[in-house]
Ligand binder design. Structure first.
Ligand SMILES: C[S@@+](CC[C@H](N)C(=O)[O-])C[C@H]1O[C@@H](n2cnc3c(N)ncnc32)[C@H](O)[C@@H]1O
Length: 283
């Protein structure tokens, strides 16, 4: 495992954290009382959240498999969350044992757990960095020791951009990453959206913001599907485009109804020549 920088943010167990709430939804044990209280509060509004978390992990699995089969050998998983079943490196290595994976999170607990799990894995590193400073993140020595940004890479932003409610910040992050990656690279992301049940998602947005789970900006509601599609500007969208998660290349994996899965996902490829807006590509 690559060397990690010694400086570390303090673990705050009193403020609920999205990664630890997701861990609770997925049946994990790496969460604290504040996380469980926040999770229960959210569950009272949207009891389907654990099913959505599982659906999110299934989408992650299909997307990473697609990327590895498309020839990608470098993965940067931003907002990776706590290790669970079907982690990015496990899926990528099942197809391409030589694939290199950098996990990034700004929660020290996520980083400590990931490092403990992966200490013997030469092709994987876990680093602590904040996605809101993409320039710093991409020059982190743990990342640069593992990833060659002159070669194609997959940027993974699963269930993390909705933690950045300030549109300027989220757009800055995605634009910076898109410019930094080589042509032939991919961006894969998932994002909860407000379209299907706007009252419910507005309530949830308010709860998460009041609890301090989401910082650095306020929104009255989650982004819409159309707003999420704009994160793919300048990329060629892989079919079927930005869709509700169960509809993204489900194969035999259709578990959950698209009508009740208010999370969308998509995969875009950086073309050889920059584009103005999203476009579809066959793969
Ligand atoms: C809901 S979890 C998603 C975990 C995983 N990507 C998945 O899809 O299952 C969101 C993760 O993003 C992390 N996160 C939130 N804001 C972040 C930021 N500004 N920089 C880095 N990580 C962030 C949280 O700590 C959390 O682990």
């Amino acid at each position: 495992m690559a060397t990690l920088e010694p400086e570390r943010a303090k673990l705050d167990t009193t403020t609920p954290n999205e990664g630890r709430i997701a861990d609770y939804f997925l049946g994990g044990k790496d969460n604290f009382a504040a996380d469980r209280a926040a999770a229960e509060h959210a569950l009272a509004i949207a009891p389907e959240l654990p099913a959505l978390a599982r659906e999110g992990r299934r989408f992650l699995g299909r997307a990473v498999r697609f990327l590895a089969e498309a020839g990608i050998r470098q993965f940067i998983d931003i907002g990776c969350g706590l290790p669970t079943q079907g982690n990015v490196h496990e899926i990528a290595h099942s197809i391409a044992p030589d694939a290199r994976v950098v996990y990034i999170d700004n929660d020290p607990m996520v980083v400590v757990h990931g490092q403990a799990l992966l200490q013997d894995n030469e092709r994987t590193v876990v680093i602590e960095a904040d996605a809101r400073d993409p320039a710093r993140m991409l020059t982190h020595p743990g990342l640069t020791s593992m990833i060659d940004l002159d070669e194609p890479v997959a940027i993974l932003l699963f269930a993390v951009l909705h933690s950045l409610p300030d549109d300027d910040v989220a757009t800055h992050v995605v634009t910076h990453l898109r410019k930094a990656i080589a042509p032939g690279s991919y961006v894969a992301l998932s994002h909860a959206v407000s379209d299907l049940c706007p009252k419910k998602t507005a309530k949830l947005a308010a709860v998460y913001q009041a609890q301090g789970t989401i910082t650095g900006g306020r929104r009255g509601n989650l982004r819409t599907k159309a707003e999420v599609e704009r994160f793919f500007d300048g990329l060629d969208l892989v079919e079927p485009g930005v869709v509700y998660l169960p509809l993204w290349r489900p194969g035999d994996d259709l578990h959950h109804s698209p009508d009740s899965t208010w999370v969308v996902g998509g995969v875009g490829r950086k073309p050889r020549r920059p584009r103005e807006g999203p476009a579809f590509t066959r793969s």
